[in-house]
Design a protein around this ligand. Structure first.
Ligand code: CA
Length: 713
């Protein structure tokens, strides 16, 4: 690992920071300063601004009265066109932000000038294990260091002044398909980090490391070890968890069961607890993971919110949002802490809108359900039993013997895009969406270590453009203002499609939210009236944030294509061409900067080779494509505009180059080596299938009078 040379003397930044009242620089960020974040509202010290992660800022210089005069202050080009998911941290005039492939940059928060950058140098082949793109949700800052977790499973401490590596710890077994996209959290001198990879086959856990030395302090596994204790904090609940799994059969014993904590890990400064959002099972499908038997098959602690002691990792309590999950209904989503007055009583609550379509309010003392209500259409339950806290399942949704169309889809009614809560309105603002999914048990499922292992098969998107449009048009998204006390909608703004961005609430009576079609908008927090909109030129999915330098308030937002929606989902980015790297766009009232023009040129599709193979062989090619290629190159070989569309690739023209590419020739560019999985014969059948798909595109473009040239929206 190497740090770039310091571009600007740090002293210059320290001088600039001197304008900020009460500022002491990153060296002073500790638990007390984060608890007292409201005394330094110009800073944004931790992922969700405060330990409660409400993403509410007391700043009000930008407000409902003047937000219409807000314009671009500066823009910084990130070094990748892949997904940008980070919430920047700002400490005394310096912004620390991550981009795809876990890279970090420190910027002058007033001007966007680069102070230092650090390249995580992640081997690009690691990208094959990132189900949902090689994104990163941001850093933690603590006591003079900046902490980032990398796609290949390292936790790295960088000196805040110059980006030099202070320490680096491997937090995963790299022989397994672990990845990390989550932001570390810092509290009590510890750095907390989870991991991902449950689609491929891993066992989830959260680790706590000493912030100063990098020494591992404790680890909590979210699924039990059937072989014996782990000598870890989770051993005390191993029996409790084991009693909820089929011990005789099921792929969970090979995969580790999943339950990865890839996003929300929230420190509760009032109860000294860590709240862990736990992900889906591995494989997804419970019938192959832990088949039905005469016993409790809830599979703890999958799809649960688990509270542990922040110092020791000792289990405190849990609530399972989706017992025996079979739909990829993670409970990794944003956990927000608050104190609410409910039926005349002050209650310390944890709130979450996991993927499964409900909004939960839990008691932070005992993890018991206070209330739950659906925030989107869902078909997997007929309700929640308030007495037991358990969902009342719709038995048809479990596709035990066959198929079912279920809402929400694995994209969730809400995914990782952060919520926000206004202390003025009391509403929680949720990026909500409605998408259905057809689930079918994969009757020929075989566990393949390190490969896509969900135990389900899904119908692809239709190839016919009109039918395809009909499918994508059926997906809807909205910004939902939710009253968490009364569990009801306050207002709702319909958006143009699903997979919209995170939210920010401010004391200026504002809510900011980005959209999948590339805009950042501001709304009146009370009414939902749209007050401002900016064309960010790329999907704006990350959580926006706000800060002050000197006497000026800024709002920052990241924009980029990438993310799972433009890879696995096969939804084309609305604009294609060159110059599509992600950006950090920062706004202030009166800002007059402009974004550089984008070059929306797309090369003409070369005429694909005519590869005639028997129908059965073509089906084989399609099946192999579906198994190994689909996740990145898109269903039906329809690229999402981020990774090259292989239908347009010259590689398709040449049998030898095609095979070499599949067998590792482009590993450095991120194309995995599939030589253990795809034989030369199968590679050629995949080529025939992709060429067939390319022919459809080629004919379509030529029927329209040719492709290429300038392309707008
Ligand atoms: Ca998942």
């Amino acid at each position: 690992m190497r740090a770039w040379a310091t571009a600007i003397a740090f002293t210059a930044i320290a001088a600039l920071a001197g304008c900020n009242q009460g500022s002491l620089g990153p060296a002073a960020v500790d638990g007390e300063s984060i608890v007292d974040a409201d005394s330094e509202p110009g800073n944004w010290l931790t992922h969700g601004r405060t330990y409660s992660e409400q993403r509410y800022s007391p700043l009000e210089q930008i407000n409902a009265g003047n937000v219409g005069e807000m314009g671009l202050a500066w823009s910084y080009e990130l070094p990748s066109n892949r997904g940008a998911s980070a919430t920047p941290i700002v400490v005394d005039g310096v912004m620390y932000v991550t981009s795809a492939w876990s890279n970090v940059v420190a910027l002058n928060a007033a001007t966007g000038e680069e102070i230092w950058k650090w390249d995580a140098e992640v081997p690009r082949s690691r990208g094959q294990y990132a189900c949902c793109d090689v994104t990163n949700r941001g850093v933690a800052v603590w006591n003079g260091k900046v902490y980032v977790a990398t796609i290949d499973g390292r936790l790295v401490a960088l000196n805040a002044e110059d980006g030099a590596v202070a320490w680096s710890q491997l937090t995963v077994d790299q022989s397994k398909p672990y990845t990390i996209t989550g932001a570390p959290r810092a509290a009590n001198g510890l750095i907390y980090i989870g991991n991902g990879g449950a689609e491929y086959g891993v066992r989830g856990y959260v680790s706590a490391y000493d912030a100063a030395t990098g020494e591992l302090k404790w680890r909590f596994y979210t699924t039990p070890n059937p072989e014996g204790p782990d000598n870890a904090a989770s051993d005390s609940v191993r029996d409790q968890a084991l009693a909820t799994w089929n011990l005789q059969e099921g792929a969970w014993r090979q995969s580790g069961g999943g339950g990865t904590a890839w996003d929300s890990i929230v420190y509760d400064s009032e109860l000294n607890r860590l709240w862990i959002g736990v992900g889906n099972g591995s494989p997804w499908n419970r019938q192959v993971r832990s088949p039905d038997y005469d016993g409790n098959n809830d599979n703890l602690y999958l799809s649960s919110i688990v509270a542990v002691d922040a110092d020791t990792g000792a289990y405190q309590c849990h609530y399972q949002t989706t017992p025996g999950d079979t739909w990829d209904y993670t409970a990794t989503q944003h956990i927000m802490l608050a104190t609410l007055e409910i039926e005349g009583q002050e209650r310390k609550v944890a709130m979450q809108a996991p993927k499964n379509g409900y909004f939960y309010v839990l008691d932070r003392n005992d993890c018991k359900l206070i209330s739950a209500a659906p925030i989107a259409q869902q078909t997997w339950t007929t309700g929640i039993d308030q007495a037991t806290g358990r969902p009342i399942e719709n038995p048809e949704a479990r596709f035990v013997a066959g198929s079912a169309i279920v809402l929400p889809s694995p994209f969730g009614a809400h995914n990782w895009h952060p919520m926000a809560m206004s202390q003025q309105t009391g509403f929680v603002y949720i990026p909500v969406q409605e998408l259905a999914q057809d689930f079918t048990t994969d009757s020929r499922f075989v566990y393949r270590p390190g490969r896509w292992n969900t135990g389900t098969v899904h119908a692809g998107l239709p190839m016919d453009p009109a039918a395809r449009r009909a499918v994508t048009n059926s997906m809807s998204g909205a910004l939902l203002a939710w009253d968490p006390v009364n569990q009801r909608q306050a207002w709702r703004v319909e958006l143009n499609g699903a997979w919209n961005g995170g939210a920010l609430a401010t004391a200026g009576n504002l809510v900011f939210q980005g959209t999948v079609d590339g805009h950042l908008a501001a709304y009146n927090a009370q009414t939902g009236e749209k007050l401002w909109d900016f064309d960010n030129q790329a999907a704006t999915l990350a959580g926006p944030m706000t800060y002050m330098v000197g006497d000026t308030q800024y709002v920052a937002s990241l924009a980029s294509y990438g993310s799972v929606f433009f890879l696995a989902a096969g939804f084309a980015a609305p604009r294609e061409g060159d110059n599509l790297n992600g950006r950090v766009n920062v706004f202030r009232v009166g800002g007059e900067a402009t974004l550089p023009p984008r070059n929306f040129v797309r090369a003409e599709t070369p005429e694909p080779p005519a590869l005639r193979v028997p129908a059965a062989a073509m089906l084989r090619g399609e099946a192999v494509y579906g198994q190994f290629c689909n996740v990145c190159h898109g269903p039906g070989a329809v690229g999402g505009g981020v990774i090259p569309d292989i239908r347009r690739s010259t590689v398709l023209q040449d049998q030898t180059v095609w095979l070499q590419t599949i067998h590792g020739a482009r590993e450095e560019n991120g194309m995995p080596d599939f030589s253990d999985w795809i034989t030369p014969q199968d590679a050629e059948l995949v080529r025939a299938y992709v060429a067939q798909q390319a022919r459809l595109l080629y004919n379509q473009e030529h029927a329209q009078g040719g492709a290429g040239g300038q392309r707008g929206r």
